[in-house]
Design a protein around this ligand. Structure first.
Ligand code: PEP
Ligand code: MN
Length: 268
């Protein structure tokens, strides 16, 4: 069960020998929405490793709203991730959209992301229960906390206890922000489940100028870390350009989190 047995019951999800989510250390995952080239991913890894970020993100199978939008580099993108992962010694997270992609992605990445649009793809969740890699489960666009927890339960009950929850904003009436970051859900999830919780301020805000404040609030609220979109040349991002931080802003953001992490008894 993903529900807590005691108030201090907590699951720790290791991504590598050095990096675990849910322990004393806050984990920051950074990288572009979409993997676009080897040089892009190398620039991100090289610039952010000392920020420090603990893991890299980058989508190669992309759930785009329009079927005419770029759908991701696929296997070629996975090769880029595998190469950067090894050369920069950074674990990588990438999205899995279909059961048929699990084997290939599990061979290249350290953590498999289930995107918001697939949070209730129960066949995918069951299949990921058999995967031997940690899963980053993003909250559905309009999923209740109960539905979110039950989606995690699908993965755990099918054999994979290495699940990290991710609050990434929910739909509401106001289009000023892309979604509304639900920190109330983070506080509630910390009480009811033992799984680690990451916050994705990027897809919540949809605007880069809001991301630093939301990130700091998330850490203050007890999140175990963040997953943040950033790009060497944000305006040129093939997807989610408006919310991409430049790498200098990403470094500054990570540095600004340190005192907040310490104030809540965590390390960074
Ligand atoms: C992403 O992480 O790039 C993404 C598509 O996120 P979400 O599923 O939260 O929309
Ligand atoms: Mn994105």
């Amino acid at each position: 069960l993903v529900t807590k047995l005691t108030s201090d019951h907590k699951t720790i999800v290791p991504l590598s020998d050095l990096v675990s989510i849910g322990g004393a250390e806050i984990v920051i995952i950074g990288g572009p929405c979409t993997v676009e080239s080897l040089s892009q991913m190398e620039t991100v890894a090289r610039t952010l490793k000392s920020a420090p970020i603990q893991a890299l993100r980058g989508g190669v199978y992309k759930p785009r709203t329009s079927p005419y939008a770029f759908q991701g580099m696929g296997s070629e993108g996975l090769e880029i991730l595998a190469s950067v992962r090894q050369r920069y010694d950074l674990p990588v997270v990438t999205e899995v959209m279909a059961i048929s992609q699990i084997e290939e992605i599990a061979a290249a990445a350290d953590m498999l992301q289930v995107g918001s649009r697939n949070m209730q793809n129960f066949d995918l969740l069951k299949a990921l229960g058999q995967a031997k890699k940690p899963i980053l489960l993003k909250r559905g666009l309009a999923a209740t906390i109960e539905e979110f927890v039950m989606a995690a339960e699908y993965i755990v009950s099918h054999g994979n206890s290495q699940v990290v929850l991710c609050e990434r904003g929910i739909r509401s009436f106001d289009a000023y922000t892309r979604n509304v970051l639900d920190l109330g859900a983070v506080a509630a999830l910390r009480q009811i489940t033992h799984l680690p919780i990451l916050v994705d301020p990027s897809h919540a805000a949809g605007k880069r100028e809001l991301i630093a404040d939301l990130s700091r609030a998330a850490i203050a609220c007890g999140a175990d870390g963040l997953i943040v979109e950033c790009h060497p040349d944000p305006e040129q991002s093939v997807s989610d350009a408006r919310q991409a931080l430049c790498l200098a802003d990403m470094v500054a953001l990570v540095r600004s989190l340190k005192p907040i992490a310490e104030a809540v008894g965590r390390k960074l």
